[in-house]
Design a protein around this ligand. Structure first.
Ligand SMILES: Nc1ncnc2c1ncn2[C@@H]1O[C@H](COP(=O)(O)OP(=O)(O)OP(=O)(O)O)[C@@H](O)[C@H]1O
Ligand SMILES: [Mg+2]
Length: 591
């Protein structure tokens, strides 16, 4: 499908409305030829022919036409505005829905600011086209044709003379369109880039401040700002060159009329009234000539925007989901990875992964940074598809499962915690917005978040996220954990979720996790041995491969990577110290 065909699918819904608009526009064009005609008759018949009886009827006619013109103008603007807003509404929703469907690979490569420009600046160019450009171009083409026909009825020679200007205008418009397109595209690209830059800097302002890089960022901004300004100036240079040309061409018509028309009046080839008539049509001939360049710009603008939006829209997610329509099936939670490999950008990310766990078991994953731990979980959630091998949940390949049902059964506390600009309660209940407050609180207690939430001035109603209060890293992790727990998932994934909490809190959380252990398969990714040592299966990852797997005891006995990490972290500390702390915590009741 071409971008324009795609755009037409949205406009189709408003065909009737646009048809009415076009009809009204046509009526206006027809009415516009009446007044100059009457003016000519007034000059010839009333003023020079002294037929004063005609005057009241002619004046009434003038008034009625003017009034109708006003009413029709109001109506067609209403019609086009409604059609444009409707088209835009549908388009925005469709593009937004598609953005939600896009996979991780799409977002990894796109800049947020660019995507924002698609939904704002580009959409507005489309609105402008539907609300204004369509009718204005159509109306002016009609006016031009009608006016020319009327001039022909007055005098063919005069009309032909005035037509001489047309090829020059057509040529100038063609040249201008050719020049304005690349200038305009550069303009839009620079705008998008400036937007993306500002968006990134606003989100990352803490890093900028922490590194005292304000001056550096200012310089980088200046570069973007300069590029945008230059692009704008280049585009306006095209205008500067062509606007005077269009002006000259449109004024040439007036000169032709005054010289040749005046000469014809003197030679009595036409009457003075005819000259007044043609003079009345002059603006209809002039307007398209003068405005052609602007409209070409608007049309280019529109085409570029449709192309850009469509390019984003038509990027198909690589994850094809056999969505079977609203299945809500509770999965058991058996997980098996069979010879799983995943490559991205010609690089092996994980290789030959084999392990299996039964529902209700806990899996600990440990390994060096960048070794592929998060990737394993991304494959389990189908954020990416395996390059080869299979990920099985309850014995079924995840690619054959309803994607939304699969994810609905997984509770994930991600490594990069993201909280929405909402209340804490809203954030925790994100996966189950209709749950009771008691359930939210229970999840918060399990995640050891209840204390600090209650200590906040507005408790669970405190707004967090972008426009909310600042929370510590550990507090955010605990809210994210509560959010995952509240889903009552069959598979719970905790990706580095307790890295920013103290050991005591961590062991409390572990004890809480034990209470849901049997109903839920738990994956814990951590650097601390203490986080995973009680797991039924521990996977040790390095460089995309599982280098060791087994229980804590078996891995210690193996005396490999895990045993070394254990000795590094614990030294001589007896590790039943932890369970002692844990018991203390539990006796406090967790609140
Ligand atoms: N979609 C992708 N495209 C390209 N590279 C990727 C992709 N996903 C992951 N990687 C790369 O794969 C490697 C493993 O990443 P992953 O996030 O799984 O590591 P990790 O073990 O979770 O690390 P950490 O402990 O630091 O969180 C990294 O080098 C990362 O850059
Ligand atoms: Mg990770």
């Amino acid at each position: 499908m071409t971008p324009i065909k795609w755009f037409m699918t949205f406009l189709k819904k408003y065909t009737k409305l646009i048809f009415v608009g076009i009809l009204l526009t046509t009526l206006i064009a027809v009415l516009s030829i009446v007044n100059p005609y009457i003016s000519g008759v007034i000059v010839d018949d009333v003023i020079r022919g002294r037929n004063y009886d005609l005057l009241p009827r002619l004046l009434a006619c003038l008034l009625t036409v003017t009034l109708l013109n006003g009413i029709f103008r109001f109506l067609y603007q209403l019609v086009f505005e409604t059609a444009s807003q409707g088209t835009l509404y549908d388009m925005r929703s469709k593009v937004y829905r598609k953005l939600l469907e896009e996979d991780f690979a799409f977002y990894n490569k796109k800049r947020t600011g660019d995507l924002m420009s698609r939904q704002t600046g580009d959409m507005d160019a489309i609105r402008h086209f539907v609300a204004y450009v369509i009718y204005v171009v159509y109306q002016n083409v009609l006016l031009f044709i009608f006016a020319l026909l009327m001039v022909f009825t007055v005098n063919a020679k005069l009309a032909l003379c005035m037509l001489v200007v047309l090829p020059f205008t057509a040529f100038t418009t063609y040249r201008q369109a050719k020049e304005v397109k690349p200038a305009f595209q550069r303009n839009r690209n620079c705008f998008s880039s400036l937007n993306a830059f500002v968006q990134e800097n606003v989100s990352g302002n803490r890093v900028v401040k922490a590194f005292a890089k304000e001056d550096y960022e200012k310089e980088k901004f200046e570069v973007e700002n300069d590029k945008f300004r230059d692009a704008q100036i280049n585009a306006s240079k095209v205008w500067m060159k062509y606007v005077p040309l269009f002006e000259i061409l449109s004024n040439a018509l007036t000169i032709v009329l005054m010289l040749y028309g005046g000469y014809m009046v003197i030679q009595e080839e036409i009457t003075l009234g005819d000259l007044v008539k043609v003079n009345g049509y002059l603006w209809m001939l002039n307007m398209p000539l003068r405005m052609a360049g602007w409209w070409v710009n608007d049309i280019q603008n529109f085409l570029t925007s449709v192309e850009k939006i469509y390019a984003t829209y038509s990027e198909e997610p690589k994850i094809h989901a056999p969505r079977t329509g609203g299945i809500h099936e509770k999965l058991r939670g058996d997980v098996e990875f069979k010879d799983v490999c995943y490559r991205a950008d010609d690089e092996d990310i994980v290789n030959n992964i084999n392990f299996s766990v039964k529902a209700g078991q806990t899996v600990g994953i440990i390994g060096s940074t960048g070794s592929g731990k998060s990737t394993l979980m991304n494959l389990l959630c189908r954020f990416y598809d395996t390059t080869s091998g299979q990920v099985l949940v309850d014995g079924r390949d995840v690619r054959d499962m309803d994607l939304y049902n699969l994810r609905d059964n997984i509770g994930m506390a991600m490594q990069d915690v993201f909280l929405f600009s909402d209340t804490i309660e809203g954030n925790i209940a994100y996966g189950r917005p209709d749950c009771s407050f008691e359930e939210v609180k229970h999840a918060a207690i399990m995640a050891d978040a209840n204390h600090f939430i209650n200590a906040l001035p507005d408790g669970y109603d405190t707004i967090v996220g972008e426009r909310g209060v600042g929370l510590s890293g550990g507090q955010k992790q605990r809210i994210s954990l509560a959010r995952a727990l509240l889903k009552d998932p069959s598979i719970l994934i905790l990706d580095d979720t307790t890295s920013a909490v103290d050991m005591e809190t961590e062991s409390y959380i572990q004890s809480q996790l034990k209470t849901i252990q049997n109903s839920c398969t738990i994956f814990i990714i951590a650097y601390r041995i203490s986080s995973i040592k009680d797991a039924d299966l521990i996977l040790v990852m390095d460089n995309g491969c599982i280098i060791e797997q087994g229980t804590h005891e078996s891995l210690l006995a193996r005396d490999g990577y895990y045993a070394k990490a254990f000795r590094n972290q614990y030294g001589e500390i007896p590790y039943d110290l932890l369970s002692e702390k844990q018991n203390r915590r539990q006796s406090k009741g967790g609140e």
